[in-house]
Design a protein around this ligand. Sequence first.
Ligand code: URA
Ligand code: SF4
Length: 196
Amino acid sequence: MTDSLEKIAQEVGICKKCPLFRERTNTVPGEGNPRAEILFIGEGPGKNEDEQGRPFVGQAGKFLDELIRLIGKKREDIFIANVVKCRPPGNRDPYPEEVKACWPYLKRQVKLINPKLIVTLGRHSMDRFLPGMKISQIHGQPKRREMEKMGKLIFYPIYHPAAALYNPNLRDVLINDFKRIPAVLREIDKINHSEK
Ligand code: URA
Ligand code: SF4
């Protein structure tokens, strides 16, 4: 059977592959445009997301909405997913075993959406694709990587909107990095064009 985002969401909805299933209210598989040019990847659901089953609907989500508007896009244009689909209790960082257990879902989402650009939000999301890198050093720099079963992808690591909520310096950095996304997309178009 061919894979689909709906199928992934259904599987996630009944998933018990890691202990995070025990305390969740709802799973948060991710949502948005299945043909999105930009795929945003956060860390994992927080309290509000767990309650609603939707990604980035709390304070960090409001800020992310602002940022998305800043580049002339709407939520319907993009896709938002997370590294783990169930809320880590008390918003702790997900454990490596949990991240590993949930990874196949994200991999399938990336493959199906096949976005032009993957924007990783925060360190945990960056770590999945660009291991060993430091966000303070590589934020706002597009990185091209060949990934197993996902092919050639371009990543744009930026700070997590939650980290920037109460830190004016990070907030400015994040806004500046975000504003460069349209130019990064144009660069990618140029590269794709010249490689045809
Ligand atoms: N933070 C995340 O990383 N993901 C969400 O969905 C919400 C907050
Ligand atoms: Fe399954 Fe991922 Fe939820 Fe763990 S976090 S139970 S692997 S969907």
